[in-house]
Ligand binder design. Structure first.
Ligand code: FCB
Length: 471
């Protein structure tokens, strides 16, 4: 399905016909993709690749608990072994260097580096120190996310993100990491996708810790954002040279019709997905429309919180995957109306590069103080198979080209975008979908841990080689 070339070329036509860059494979000479200071890299996250969950003093995380709970993750998969990156990191660094990747976005597992009393776990810390030092030696720009969802279970046992104290514990963790690792990190991101932590974790329960209550979601979000805001000055004090930011997933919502009700539904979709996070960060206030959508869910906010949360950022990380077509639900909200006959990925997500461009230009208009942007994740899952030693993931090549073209268009339209990290370097544990959904440009055979470079990785390497020759 995903590798069906005719499906891909059919699906290419509508999206590409809107693109001024008809063949983004060879972007024109004035494309931002050739700029020296534009960074092209790949991303991963600790729980999704590391494995070694019981080694060297690592404590359990909420994802160990959640994935061990029957029925929570497809096929009962867990991150216990994942890509065994904890043991194979040297070869994995060689691999990413061999592809010519200029940047690498990774995350630190909080339960690996701190014990329950807040004291450092040296063995865990040394793992990241070695990894980051090696990346620096190899000239790779390092983006480090402090929280990519693996909350220590002992903090969840005390209420997790529903407990305000977790925000202060996060600031302690950020303090320790930035004191220990300053000099090896080019950019710190406090949180990955607080929307997913708050909504999927506490609002609908699809992710760890698996609670389902809208009021919990807004309160968890507030504490996540507070954690972020408390960490920023700490990171700055310990590591003034690096950049500090946060990573948000953003969603494009389009209206199913021209009716005012459907237009409003699309607007509300974007309030719920984007403004819920970006307004507090960039305007210092929650969007009131969120509480029209979810009446009675206003979080408890203490005096001074919004000022802490809206501390200036050096960068905003944007993760983009797809758009959602919506209609009015007849009341105050929206409902999904999946479009027929559009190109989709193994996740069922629509391939819609224009959404990335339109969101970026929209944010640039809405937020006068929009910081420089990095696309910190973008990519797709496909049902990739190794056949005669090759993985022919043509749809992914086309996907990456079209989304890079959309980034280029947004830059031309005036958005300050400094780089792009594809998701992901290698196939990995895709949360509630386990190992079935493959997002990597490198294939992982989980029974042997063999890595096989997919055609998309060959394409990326070729593109990066060309970039190197030009810049
Ligand atoms: C994002 C996550 C990332 C990965 C991709 C597919 O929401 O940040 O870890 O799972 O989706």
């Amino acid at each position: 399905m995903a590798n069906d070339a005719s499906a891909v070329s059919d699906a290419l036509s509508p999206a590409v016909s809107n693109n001024s860059l008809v063949d983004p494979f060879t972007p024109p000479a004035d494309s931002a993709l050739w700029r020296k200071n534009f960074l092209l890299g790949a991303a991963t996250a600790s729980y999704q690749i590391e494995g070694a969950v019981n080694e060297d003093g690592r404590l359990p995380s909420i994802w160990d608990t959640f994935s061990a709970t029957p029925g929570k993750v497809l096929a009962g998969d867990t991150g216990a072994i994942a890509c065994d990156h904890y043991h194979r990191w040297e070869a994995d660094v060689e691999l990413l260097v061999s592809l010519g990747l200029e940047g690498y976005r990774l995350s630190i597992a909080w339960p690996r580096v701190m014990d329950a009393a807040g004291a450092p776990n040296r063995k865990g810390l040394d793992f990241y120190r070695r990894l980051l030092n090696r990346l620096k030696e190899k000239g790779v720009t390092t983006f480090v996310t402090l929280y990519h969802w693996d909350l220590p279970q002992h903090l969840e046992d005390r209420g997790g993100w529903l407990n305000r104290d977790t925000a202060y514990r996060f600031a302690d963790y950020a303090d320790l990491m930035s004191r220990e690792l300053a000099g090896t990190v080019d950019a710190w991101a406090t949180l990955n996708e607080p929307w997913c932590s708050a909504y999927l974790g506490y609002g609908n329960g699809h992710h760890a810790p698996g609670l389902a209550n809208d009021r919990f979601a807004t309160q968890a979000m507030h504490h996540l954002l507070l954690a972020h805001g408390l960490a920023i000055p700490v990171l700055h004090a310990n590591d003034p040279v690096s950049q500090k930011g946060i990573v948000a997933n953003v969603g494009r919502g389009t209206a199913n019709s021209d009716s005012a009700a459907d237009q409003r539904a699309a607007h509300l979709f974007e309030v719920q997905h984007n403004a819920w996070i970006l307004d507090p960060l960039l305007k210092g206030a929650y969007p009131q429309e969120l509480f029209e959508l979810w009446p009675g869910t206003e979080p408890l906010v203490l005096d001074g919180d919004m000022r802490i949360i809206s501390a200036p950022l050096d960068f905003l990380g944007v993760n983009y995957y797809f758009r959602t077509n919506v209609a009015s639900d007849g009341a105050h909200g929206f409902r999904d109306v999946p479009l027929e006959g559009v190109e989709r990925t193994q996740m069922g997500w629509e391939v819609y590069p224009d959404g990335l461009r339109d969101l970026l230009t929209g944010f640039n208009n809405t937020y006068q103080n929009l910081p420089p942007v990095y696309i910190t994740e973008n990519g797709m899952a496909s049902d990739d198979q190794v056949i005669d030693g090759r993985v022919d993931d043509t749809q992914r090549i086309s996907f990456l080209k079209r989304h890079l073209a959309a980034v280029d268009q947004a830059i031309k339209a005036g958005v300050d975008i400094r780089g792009y990290f594809l998701w992901s370097l290698m196939d990995n544990f895709e949360w509630a979908f386990g190992y079935e959904r493959r997002f990597g440009v490198v294939h992982v055979d989980y029974s042997t841990q063999k890595r096989t470079i997919k055609r998309s990785a060959e394409w990326v390497a070729k593109f990066l080689k060309e970039r190197k020759a030009r810049v």
